[in-house]
Design a protein around this ligand. Sequence first.
Ligand code: UD1
Ligand code: CA
Length: 483
Amino acid sequence: MTDKQLAVIVLAAGQGTRMKSSRPKVLHTLAGRSLVGHVLATARSLDPAHIIAVVRHDRDTVVATIAELMPEATIVDQDDVAGTGRAVEVGIAALPGDFVGDVVVVSGDVPLLDAATLATLIAAHRAAGAAATLLSAVLDDATGYGRVVRDPDGRLLSIVEQKDATAAELEIREINSGTYVFTAGALRRELPLVTTQNAQREKYLTDVVGLLSAGGSAVEAMTVEHGWMVAGVNDRVQLAEAAKRMNELIVRRWQLEGVTVQDPSTTWIDADVTLAEDVELLPGTQLKGATLVQSGAIIGPDTTLVDCEIGAGATVKRTDATLAVIGAGASVGPFAYLRPGTYLGADGKIGTFVETKNSTIGAGSKVPHLSYIGDTTVGEQSNIGAGTITANYDGVNKGATVVGSHVRSGSHNVFVAPVRIGDGAYTGAGTVVRKDVPAGALAINVAPQRNMTGWVEANRPGSAAALAAAAESGDTTATATDQ
Ligand code: UD1
Ligand code: CA
């Protein structure tokens, strides 16, 4: 149920200079979602009455992503005053004037923080009746983070940024995660008092903590057990670390749901993938986007599936597939390339070195070896001979190929589209099918074969071929020459 006393402000206005990228930092992705996408998903699961995203750098690109993921979010533009404090100040100005609840502040660049931890933070804040509760972590290496400064009794005094810290403060290993709960009143009262007199000439949100503490308000900190959970992504090294960690969490979650993952370290599963019980993932498998795998299917090794649907009990081996739907019990690969719009029916087969695109291959039908099948519909229980390709493009237009059910096409055919092969028809090896084949017909159009008997003996006398030919035909008079 919506928490009417809760607002979440997502900070996404920063530049992300350390990424060295033309793409805004919060739009870099891990597990198939942007950094800010992960944060928004976590924010949404708290079901707050208000979600506010503060933007500035690359504003339009960032807003487009946020609007797509969360149309209900309120977008607020930060002005020329820099800093997290200013970002929150413009953020709360977008809240209804009579909102007196709690404001959660999260950074758009902290993707691993989960909803359960945030919910615990809110509960702790409310139980203590605090003006502010921040999430902290104790790290072996606190470099780059703001440090949590306490008095000798352990009372929280302030947060000091790395760039403003004294040598003694730099020794502190308790860091500010950049995630907080404030009462709306405390933010409204204190933020206007925050100045930009610091090393970065920015309005720090962290100064609110110091002001509240100095004014005698209750300021609490909750320490997370695992530092990685609050790790910020500021450069590409941290992006890869966060992606690895998130993948470990996702793989583990699916293992506990009944998925066999032979080698978690080489298996990558995006956040939006769905797997059923008894799915088996072999080494080198990447499941991306909204891929869905039904029970008992075996995927891999070395397989990448993007937005695919794999039926129960299917096997997909050494395959690259995008937007493909594979029926139950079907088999794909090894070495298959399935492009968008590929549908393979139940118990069908797309075999070795086969490329498909925008094609439906019916139940029980097989394209076993060395084929290109594009813009094609194949009925049920048909077999497409090895090395067959659809010539679907005449240089200007794409044409469709229709193959009926129970068709047996010979090896090395070319189906020149548009063309139709009727139910139960056969085609001979090497046929170039340019005209429709009626149901039940045999189509052949290769030139008749002519055998010129004795050609090798006459033209290559004494060669190994001539000797071999003579031996097979029982001629003992032929002799070898030095060649
Ligand atoms: C901030 C905290 C630091 C904490 C760290 C945790 C401050 C002053 N410092 O530092 O104590 O340890 O996070 O990761 O808050 N942003 C805006 N507008 C701005 C500046 C930043 O919206 O003007 C956003 C950024 O897009 C980002 C977040 O705020 O999502 C944090 O900004 P960043 O510059 O990464 O802060 P840190 O230096 O990491
Ligand atoms: Ca940061």
